[in-house]
Design a protein around this ligand. Structure first.
Ligand code: ATP
Ligand code: MG
Length: 336
């Protein structure tokens, strides 16, 4: 089983498949004259069924995860930019494609098309988030100011409200799965282990996920009857994610400590509930964090309660959006 912070617990095949002899795309060597690139947000949905893999050229690698490799690609005809997620061989892309292609929210990364690959699998043509992951932003800019944390919280909670209302639970909320745009938007991505619940309020018994962001009842299922409330589990993961943005590093272990299974077990299941340092957070933020990170999932706040919390509902929307936009733009600009 893989651990820990970057990796998921998974029984899936993790072998890396990078096509070598038959590239998926021709490189963008002979670039044609293109108008200034537009991102895929503007692409009319009516085009989506007409796409083929051969219509795109690869521009860059955006990320590599357990599930696959994500490329920045350009549509040859329109020059519009997209992200293309190509699953590793053997990873079940179809379930992610099925969930994501039915979602339509400004807070959830949009799936424009699901394209068959030569290996018989599928690749997901996604809206490009031009600011990359929030994980990369915090890596480049360090701790977020409170105003930017409030904006990420508001938008990520809006995504969870949208998903949970449709009985979709994400189960892998973490900084690497929240994408940012330079316009100051946050979009939840990576539905590789998401589930559609048979009925609203159903519990889950799936323990696949990223250990470091798992709630106590997911990390130690035996102590909790073997099943858990997946909506409450998403709330905990978002709480850890927001705390990480606030302090600028993974918050449940001391800086520099190796995130082993045992260290995480102690921190998540046996430690005090995680909280921001008193000097680094307003009373509103501390109360908000405490509501997200109640160890007993039955006492944890719901997404609706958190959206109504003063830390989110009473934020200065323009100022917090501006703070986030600035951070993302700074993180995206080339280093001097
Ligand atoms: P993991 O198993 O590590 O969670 P994964 O293989 O399922 O990851 P994703 O999380 O979907 O893959 O994507 C990996 C990375 O690629 C993201 O963390 C992000 O940096 C980048 N990425 C993914 N989708 C996009 C997108 N639409 N726009 C910009 N960057 C993206
Ligand atoms: Mg991911």
């Amino acid at each position: 089983m893989a651990l820990i912070r970057e990796k998921r617990f998974t029984q899936m095949n993790l072998s890396l498949h990078v096509p070598s002899r038959a590239p998926l795309f021709q490189e963008a060597a002979a670039r044609r004259q293109c108008p200034p690139p537009s991102t895929s947000m503007a692409t009319p949905a009516s085009r989506s069924n007409q796409f083929r893999l051969a219509d795109f050229e690869r521009v860059a690698v955006l990320g590599r995860g357990n599930g696959g490799t994500v490329y920045k690609v350009r549509h040859r005809e329109t020059c519009a930019l997209y992200a293309l997620k190509v699953q590793h061989s053997g990873e079940p892309a179809a379930a992610e494609a099925d969930i994501l292609s039915r979602m339509a929210s400004p807070f959830v990364v949009r799936c424009h098309s699901v394209l068959p690959t030569a290996s018989g699998d599928v690749a997901l043509l996604l809206e490009l988030a031009d600011g990359g992951s929030v994980d990369a932003v915090v890596g480049r800019r360090g701790a977020f100011p409170e105003a930017a944390v409030a904006e990420v919280a508001a938008q990520a909670l809006s995504a969870l409200a949208y998903l949970h209302a449709r009985r979709v639970v994400h189960l892998d909320v973490k900084p690497a799965n929240l994408l940012a745009s330079t316009a100051g938007e946050i979009k939840v991505a990576d539905f590789g282990i998401a589930k559609v619940l048979p009925r609203a309020g159903d519990h889950c018994a799936s323990y696949v996920g990223t250990a470091a962001y798992m709630s106590p009842e997911r990390f130690d299922p035996e102590a909790h009857g073997g099943h858990y409330d997946p909506c409450a589990a998403d709330v905990w993961s978002l709480g850890v994610t927001l705390l990480e943005l606030l302090v600028g590093r993974y918050p449940l272990l001391p800086a520099g400590q190796k995130p082993s299974w045992a260290a995480l077990m102690c921190a998540i299941c046996f430690g005090e509930p995680p909280a921001p340092p008193a000097c680094a957070a307003s009373p509103e933020l501390r109360a908000f964090m405490a509501a997200c990170l109640r160890k007993d999932y039955r006492e944890r706040a719901s997404v609706a309660e958190l959206l109504a919390h003063p830390f989110v509902a009473e934020r200065d929307v323009a100022a917090s959006r501006h703070a986030l936009r600035r951070l993302v733009a700074e993180a995206s600009s080339p280093s001097p």
